[in-house]
Write a protein that binds this ligand. Sequence first.
Ligand code: ACM
Length: 536
Amino acid sequence: MTRLARPSRRVSLAGLLTAALLATPLIATTTPAAAQPQAASTPALIPKPVSQQALDGQDFTLKPWSIVGVASSAKESRAARKVADQLTAQLRRSTGYPLPVIPLVPGVADVKLSTNGPASLGAEGYQLRVDRSAVSVTAATPEGLYRGVTTLRQLLPAKADAARRQTGPWRVAGTTIADSPRYGYRGAMLDVSRHFFSVTEVKRYIDLISLYKLNKLHLHLSDDQGWRIQVDSWPRLTTYGGSLEVNGTPGGSYTKADFAEIVRYAADHYLTVIPEIDTPGHTNAALASYADLNCDGVAPPLYTGTDVGFSSLCVGKDITYSFLDDVFREVAQQAPGDVIHLGGDEAHSTPHSDYLTFVPKAAALVTKQHKRVMGWQEIAETPLPAGSIAQYWGTDDARSQELARKAAAQGAQVVMSPANRAYLDMKYDDSTPYGQDWAGLVDVKTAYDWNPSTLVPDLPESAVAGVEAPIWTETLDDLDKLEYMAFPRLPGVAELGWSQASALDWTAYKDRLGAQGSRWDILSVNFYRAPEINWR
Ligand code: ACM
């Protein structure tokens, strides 16, 4: 199954320019105001930008002869050009216009994309202006340009995201926007262990989460039910340990080529892949694959149920560390980001003293690969290397809050994934057909209505790196179910990560969220039409 839009056929630049020039009227004509369709209203953006003003009477209309100009330093030209190509590839599909991309010539281009903005915009910040004459997106980096173009896509009519040609007009309301993120870490986690998701399915998830300016894709690659990433030095991890999934259906795993394709696709959407190898618990798939990894030397059978907390690596055996050394080395080679997640959660079958011995040793094997350590909140019980990140997954309970503070007290950063708010696998209400409810029911408001910097009492605001919305897949075996659980809640967590605390307001957000429905219909997103939202 592939539901990704097919890339359009390549058209030569010369052909596009000719088409654009032929379509350009030699004498500009002004349509009388009375003949103009009603002015476009300023669309509701998610995440809400830092500032946005309407420019009344300054609507821009994309035309068959519109030209896209790109300005950048020589060093950034390929990346900036790629952002322009991604935008125009989609707009050519939906508008049918040629939309040639050229080096920016002031006065010629109708859509101006620049990475020559001031450094004060930051890595992800941008300015966007829409007026009668042009649309301009200005950033200091290709990443900032990408974020700005993401906003532009939401300013265009929803049908601009269609896979096939639609009829215009392609009006964009006049506006000026200045924008940059609140947090540097804005993630989504996908559990590909409990149920395996193909490269095509992961790409689809990337397409959808990147619409809301997330910048981290955390992949939960190993657990009791399956090992999903190729490790050449321990091949049975995937050939045997990856063969099944929950309920005993065939599983799967990513070859090195597959994983490289995911990493590349994520990078094209300005998402860094954070690979997670969960240790010392959640390891039955590895223990089943290699008897020597078990304290008693006996490999357990593969596991296809949904219990947690019954498996553990053997903390006292040397082979445990030569195994992890190999695994982290090969995973580090496959994931170019600066973070490896070593899990560390729910190690209920690891004696506590062993856990305290294990985590620093595993962490040292991660830093040996020149990567920062990330782990679930429990790792804060042990000394952590500089630059570590602890992931809070509490439910407002005192112990989880204490672990977050312990992480901060030793200089680690904290990523907020409160299970009773940000876990996208929790049911919306009692009638949700799948998902879990151990952390509570999480309706759309609950997922949105919290502040990452003040959720944990006495956690210094400076320790909070951002937010992440995990989706665990014990009960989710296909993409339709993933989409149903992630949408409409994921955009709310994304807004918590991007928008200023002062912008967060449920009543206003709810209205902006309703406007996303038409976009999801066009993108065939199987979203839950939460009854409290006015979908349009
Ligand atoms: C977790 O939900 N066990 C991190």
